[in-house]
Unconditional design. Sequence first.
Length: 211
Amino acid sequence: MGGKDDGRRAAAVFDALGSGYEKAFAHSEAHLRSLEWLLGRLAPGSRVLDVGSGTGRPTAATLAGAGHDVLGVDVSPVMVDLATRQVPGATFRCGDVRDLTLDESSYHAVCVYFSLLQMERAEQAALLGRLTRALLPGGSLVLATVPLDVEGVDAVFMGQPVRVTSFAGADLADVVAGAGLTVLAEENTLFTPDHPEAGPEPHLFLYCGRE
């Protein structure tokens, strides 16, 4: 299990959600605060990788609008098409980030907003290590997730069947440290997506640096 099966399941879920996902999460103030933090650490024209870029909003749109060179990667063709049309100032690629060639020390920042939840724990840890190595020294990584101690749990997300794997907050901090990142700040919040089948869910935002 895992790997491409995870990617296919994730692609099907987010193909089905489409622009509804953006609407459901558009009012996340914690997400916007994390982008403000990131913008405050970036020099003009910085290179940014957006992992699981979705519809391109708000992440890629905010960063590209501030003059940064943004590459978004997403497994969902529907999401990539939406993002390409909505955020012409960024570049988007359809594919699994686990298959993406990541040159060492090639990005000033990496964004990982809720894009690890359908990967196995070992894959999440391995990917975070690769993403850290892709950062320039002094670079920044923002990671957002649902901090629950669950592995391979079947659930329903906005009406779509998903299989979720995550870490409790303290365990995720250990994974991040093991990847070579330092947690500079964090925010825990409870967020309810704007969707009739969604309920409140815990969100954890980790603001990290590669020292």
